[in-house]
Write a protein that binds this ligand. Structure first.
Ligand code: SAH
Length: 239
């Protein structure tokens, strides 16, 4: 059972999909489910669709925000069937599974975020994530059912974890958590505003681009501390 990978469903509207996602997870050895503002939960339909995975439903965490659901994760992946305005790194599901296995060895907390049945994830939610994962599907209609997309992603992770020949790197450093990196962005934004580089009333794409830059490079704890230290010294110099 893998307890480092957290499946996060944002505002699911049908409890049946929550149950279906739980069952998909358990069949593929995943156990951590988080729900952000579910419309109906708990609900008998979720329990019924979960079948033998009721334990995952009972253990599911409910969060008010996506930030709090992924706060402890060192990598957050958004799943999406669509491309977006600002190009963000997009991996196909199988390549994402390889990355998780090779780089993180299933030992660091990772969040995989799924969107609403009708409208997916907002751009702000996508911007909170390090990368996007896409399940290859028909150009004519590539939008899978929510629980089924959980199944496919979990299946790819399960398959790669089963392969005894696949190698993974060993990390000698502690990666920064999502919470730590978000606090860094807040600090950076306030310093950039103070030096008039950044205008919160007319933000354009600056912070999105900066987020994309830092989310590509897997900041570790020490690096975030150094960056925060630089910002603090800049603030002191200004005062
Ligand atoms: N109309 C919505 C579809 C949402 S489907 C949209 O275009 O965004 C519900 C969720 O299932 C999505 O937010 C995503 O998390 C997942 N999903 C569906 N199809 C997918 C695909 N081809 N690749 C990755 N995730 C997918």
């Amino acid at each position: 059972m893998n307890s480092q990978i957290r499946i996060v469903l944002v505002e699911p509207s049908h409890p049946g999909n929550i149950g279906g996602a739980a069952r998909a997870m358990k069949t593929m050895g995943l156990s951590k489910l988080s729900l952000v503002r579910p419309k109906r939960f708990p609900d008998p339909q979720a329990d019924w669709r979960a079948a033998g995975a009721l334990d995952i439903i009972l253990d599911a965490e409910v969060h008010e925000t996506l930030q709090s659901a992924v706060a402890s994760c060192v990598l957050v992946a958004a799943t999406s069937a669509r491309g977006r305005h600002i190009p963000w790194p997009v991996l196909e599901s199988a390549d994402f599974a390889s990355l998780v296995h090779k780089k993180y060895g299933f030992s660091d907390p990772i969040g995989i975020v799924f969107g609403r049945e009708d409208s997916g994830l907002t751009n702000d939610e996508l911007n909170l994530c390090n990368l996007q994962v896409r399940i290859p599907a028909s150009n004519a209609y590539g939008s899978l059912n929510l629980a089924m997309s959980v199944q496919v992603i979990a299946y790819d992770l399960f398959r790669i974890g089963m392969d005894p020949d696949s190698e993974h790197d060993v990390w000698d450093r502690n990666l920064a958590t999502h919470r730590a990196v978000e606090s860094f962005y807040e600090h950076l934004e306030s310093v950039l505003t103070a030096i008039d580089f950044y205008d919160p009333d007319n933000p354009r794409e600056a912070m999105t681009r900066i987020r994309r830059l830092f989310s590509r490079i897997e900041l570790d704890e020490t690096e975030v501390q150094i960056l925060r230290g630089i910002l603090t010294h800049m603030e002191n110099a200004m005062n």
